[in-house]
Structures are given as C-alpha cells and as structure tokens.
Design a binder for this molecule. Structure first.
Ligand code: BDR
Ligand code: CA
Length: 309
C-alpha cells in the first residue's frame, strides 16, 4: 500500500474522506493525520480528527498543525459544518490524545524518512503544506505527490470566484502551486457533481454499521445547507473525491495545466485561474481533474464504509 498523510480540517466531508482512506488498507497506509484551521478552529479540527479515527477503530497519530492562515485572518465555515464541525449525536471520544510534535514537523520528518514515497492528501486550506515547503525546501522533490481538494476551473462556493480551501489561505495555495511538487487538483468543477442524494443516504444507512449511520447523519445536516444555498439534491462529497482519486485514479479525467491563485484583495481573491486551453503558454504545474465518474466515486465510498465498524 501507498503511504499517505491526511491533512485537513474536519469538517464533515473531511471526516468521511478519512474514513474512506482508513477503510482501504490494501491501497493506502495512513501514517498519520495532520490538522489545520478551516471549517472550524484548530482545537475542534484536532478533536474531530481523533473522533474520526475512533469511528474507524484506527490507531493513527494526530498532529495539530497551523491554527491560522499565513497572511489573512481566519475564515471558517461553521454554517456548512455545524459549530462543532461534526454535527452528529453520540460520537465516540478520541482513542488517544494528539501528539506533541507539530503537524508541520511530522510531515517533514515523515517525508524525509521515505523519500519519493509519501502522498499528502490535503483536504483543507494549504497552510501546513506551504509551511513544510518553506521550512524544508527539499520537500517538494521528496514527496510522491500532493492530492488537493480545492480550487475550481470555474466559479467558487465561498465567493462567486473562490472555493473555500483556496480562499481560506490563498498565500499558502500560491506557495504550493509554485513549489514544483507533483500536484493533482480536484476542484469544485468535479466535486459538485458527486452529490449525497437522498437515495445515497438511504444506501449509507442500509450498511447497518456505525460508520454508515454517522456518515448519513452528517450528510443529512449538510444536505439542508446545500439545498438552500446551492439548490442541489444533497451535499457535495468534496473531500472524499480526493481520497477516491488516490484509490481509483481511473474514475477521473485529468488535464495538465498552469494554475495560479489570485492574491489581490477584491472580487477575485482566492480564485484558482486554470489555463484550460493553454493560452498563457505557461508550463503545467498541476494535473487538474476535468471529469469524474460520480457513480463510481459513491460506489467506492459505500463499499469501503461498509467494511468499518
Ligand atoms: C471544501 O471546503 C470545506 O468546507 C470542505 O471540507 C471542503 O474541503 C469545499 O469547498
Ligand atoms: Ca475540508
């Protein structure tokens, strides 16, 4: 199995993404999880990381990372993820306390121990990833790849121009996009096609296990927001898409291109400007998802969650 570090801001879709990874030991070995500010504040994302691991019965270390963006003030998304980040009743307590080592130090140490092997799956603002690249300039060349849920080839979800993870730390995204690291980007243009519809929630409940029941409960809360705000028939499974892409790359159509993020304050702050047609002549710095087999992604999630307690 491929060694991975999961970096994110759980957040209900991060939690479901991590469950998908933890239920897939043939394909991935989760070396550790690192948390970042984002959907809710760092103390909550770190607690929720422990809760998520407990749901999977997984003994994996949790390392807290950056508690704020590099430059801008923090941005949260509690209206989408609930005040706690995991809006469900009767969640388990973490099996163990977070480690003392900072998430950024953990990533640097772990990647250097396994040159060329580690995949970093980032499903939140890229603050931790950018900090590792600044502290350890050798890291982009030592990572196998970064797989990021964030950005969009089109419009945004937090502003008309910007996706939440890109907007929550655009300077970090700028550093990662300019780092030379092998990068696969899964933006809203694909993740907004993978919807947790009422039929799919029924299928999760029918798994008849705790992982399925909790996922359905979280996604029921989320569906209310998505119906009202985006007019969709359920919540978008953004972060599980990134993990699915590690497990089953053939579920996606990818295109290499130049991607830059807007750093100017104003209407377009945080927009990922994707050169879909190569009009700039800039070399590609990312493989960008342009198509998704949504049924395939959900089928994989359902099958894997069914393996959990
Ligand atoms: C992204 O923003 C967060 O709210 C979700 O967890 C996901 O990572 C979608 O824009
Ligand atoms: Ca997230």
């Amino acid at each position: 199995p491929r060694p991975v570090i999961l970096d994110g801001d759980p957040g209900l879709d991060d939690a479901i993404a991590w469950l998908l990874a933890l239920a897939s030991p043939e394909e991935v070995r989760v070396l550790g999880v690192t948390t970042v500010h984002g959907n809710v504040g760092l103390p909550l994302t770190t607690h929720n990381a422990g809760v998520t691991l407990a749901l999977a019965g997984a003994q994996v270390p949790v390392h807290a990372g950056a508690d704020r963006p590099l430059v801008r003030p923090p941005l949260t998304a509690a209206s989408v993820h609930g005040d706690s980040g995991l809006p469900a009743a009767d969640l388990p307590e973490p099996l163990r306390a977070p480690e003392a080592e900072h998430g950024v130090d953990f990533i640097i140490r772990t990647v250097r121990e396994r040159p060329g092997e580690v995949t970093l799956v980032a499903t939140g603002p890229l603050t931790n990833v950018a900090l590792t690249f600044r502290l350890a300039p050798d890291l982009p060349a030592l990572l196998r790849e970064v797989v990021w849920m964030g950005g969009s080839t089109g419009g945004g979800n937090r502003t008309p121009a910007a996706e939440f993870n890109a907007l929550a730390d655009p300077h970090a995204a700028h550093i990662v996009l300019g780092s030379g690291v092998p990068l696969r980007m899964f933006g809203l243009n694909v993740t907004m096609q993978v919807i947790a519809t009422p039929e799919r929630l029924d299928a999760l409940r029918a798994l008849d296990n705790r992982a399925g029941a909790v996922s359905a409960e979280l996604l029921t809360f989320y569906a209310g927001v998505y119906r009202e705000r985006y007019g969709l028939d359920g919540g978008a499974l953004h972060d599980p898409v990134a993990v699915a892409a590690v497990l089953r790359p053939n579920l996606f159509d990818m295109k290499p291109m130049s991607v830059q993020v807007e750093l100017q304050e104003g209407l377009n702050l945080g927009r990922t400007v994707c050169d879909l047609y190569g009009v700039t002549g800039q070399p590609a710095n990312a493989q960008v998802a342009v198509g998704v087999d949504a049924e395939g992604v959900f089928g994989l999630l359902l099958e894997r969650l069914g393996r959990l307690p």
